[in-house]
Design a protein around this ligand. Structure first.
Ligand SMILES: NC(=O)c1ccc[n+]([C@@H]2O[C@H](COP(=O)([O-])OP(=O)(O)OC[C@H]3O[C@@H](n4cnc5c(N)ncnc54)[C@H](OP(=O)(O)O)[C@@H]3O)[C@@H](O)[C@H]2O)c1
Length: 322
């Protein structure tokens, strides 16, 4: 009788989610989504000290008040292992320079043996299905290596292709007074609002249908070209903007002449807005797409995201493309 009760409890118990990088740009949305969806939520974060920006200290306070368990530590095996043993799902949103640090998380997950799902720090293009310029290719090679390590270790996973972070790219592309268009501006991209990326991510992390699968976030209302985005913004804001077009040859040339890591952002812009890598491949019957998996979830369209920008623009991210 007791074991049946335990099984029933297990069935209704919300999975415990640990987020690495939870104080970061996309991570903070993931933490809030996890709490909103009722999950006991843990954030692994480096210790606060005199150098800690006040914005992070403030965010940690906010997380505390939301009931989030903050675990302070470095990316060190024993410390990571101890917290991984207490949770069911691990989501990593560490930034690109820390991508290979995920090998430590993979090692700890292998040793712990209790993790039901691991989502590594992907959250961009579908890295196994694009062939961008060499600097972006090298960037993605590291993320691909992490995917292959997870598969080889037999860790249950979901790989997420979130496409463009919507507010992040709107902030970048629609900068006041100086709109730069990459290529001819007609190539379609996919811009998803960060809150939706986070909600989809918590959903896919818990979904049996996404076990050991790739999920692509490509909702139909978020597929848009730069020219369409600018026209929509002009219509909503009642302003007209001068557009400076940067030809493909110039972008390719910059990717070859800028020193690393400055050659990476231009190569990303080329992949997304010139080659159209986000929509270059069809979503087939065998693919999983987020808005089709969760048709009842009312995501924010790019049109609605621009309305949010008119009233209260979300804070820009770090200056990756400056
Ligand atoms: N699709 C898109 O448009 C797009 C755009 C940007 C990024 N991305 C991807 O999204 C993922 C997350 O990027 P992000 O920009 O959100 O990350 P981020 O804000 O730059 O960093 C996330 C967190 O990682 C931790 N961190 C930073 N430096 C660290 C270090 N040296 N050692 C250990 N921890 C460190 C920090 O947390 P603590 O201080 O709490 O430890 C930080 O808050 C990456 O995979 C990135 O490639 C995608």
């Amino acid at each position: 009788m007791l074991s049946i009760c335990n099984l029933a409890m297990e069935g209704i118990r919300k999975s415990r989610i640990l987020i690495f990088g939870g104080t970061g740009y996309i991570g903070k949305y993931m933490v809030k989504a996890s709490v909103t969806l009722g999950h006991p939520t843990f954030v692994y974060t480096r210790p606060l000290d005199a150098q800690t920006p006040s914005s992070k200290a403030q965010l940690c306070k906010e997380f505390n008040s939301m009931g989030v368990t903050l675990v302070h530590g470095e990316l060190e095996h024993d410390q990571i292992l101890a917290v991984i043993k207490q949770v069911d799902i691990v989501i990593c949103s560490l930034p690109y320079p820390q991508v290979m640090e995920q090998l430590k998380i993979i090692d700890a997950i292998k040793v712990a043996g209790n993790i039901k799902r691991f989502l590594p720090s992907d959250f961009g293009v579908e890295e196994d299905r694009v062939n961008p310029l060499p600097p972006f290719q090298a960037f993605l090679d590291k993320k691909r290596k992490i995917r292959r390590e997870i598969e080889a270790a037999g860790i249950p996973y979901t790989f997420v292709s979130a496409n463009c972070f919507g507010a992040y790219f709107v902030n970048y592309l629609l900068r006041p007074y100086e709109i730069t268009v990459y290529g001819n501006g007609d190539t379609k991209a996919v811009l998803n609002y960060e809150e939706d990326i986070a909600m989809y991510t918590i959903k896919v992390a818990n979904d049996p249908r996404t076990y050991n699968r790739v999920v692509i976030y490509r909702p139909s209302k978020n597929i848009i070209s730069q020219n369409e985005l600018i026209a929509l913004w002009e219509q909503k804001s009642g302003q007209n903007f001068r557009k400076d077009f940067v030809a493909e040859e110039e972008i390719v040339n910059l990717s070859q002449t800028l020193p690393p890591p400055h050659n990476i952002p231009v190569s990303i812009l080329h992949s997304v807005f010139v080659r159209g890598d986000l929509v270059r491949f069809e979503i087939g019957e065998d693919d999983l797409e987020a808005s089709q998996l969760y048709p009842d979830y009312n995501y924010t369209s790019i049109d609605e995201l621009l309305d949010i920008f008119l009233v209260d623009p979300p804070a820009p991210a770090s200056a990756a493309f400056e």
